[in-house]
Design a protein around this ligand. Structure first.
Ligand SMILES: [Zn+2]
Length: 73
């Protein structure tokens, strides 16, 4: 794997990495990725994904979908 191919990164390949990039985004801006910078479509997709992920986290926080916590007993 070399970094010289990042511009040719396939959108499909990049999109597979979006969850990972977002998971690491506490340290760095995920939109700082070379492909996200070069590809508006993927940048938008990443934002959509981040919005969904955030909403899902909030649902978890409020207890939706977590009726049974194994460690709560
Ligand atoms: Zn793309």
């Amino acid at each position: 794997m070399t970094t010289s191919a990042t511009q040719n990164f396939l959108c499909e390949e990049f999109q597979k990495q979006i969850p990972e990039l977002l998971a690491l985004s506490s340290d760095s801006d995920p939109e700082d990725h070379p492909h996200a910078r070069a590809c508006p479509d993927c940048r938008q997709l990443m934002r959509d994904y981040a919005t969904i992920a955030e909403a899902a986290q909030q649902l978890h926080r409020f207890g939706f979908g977590t009726d049974e916590w194994p460690e709560s007993t």
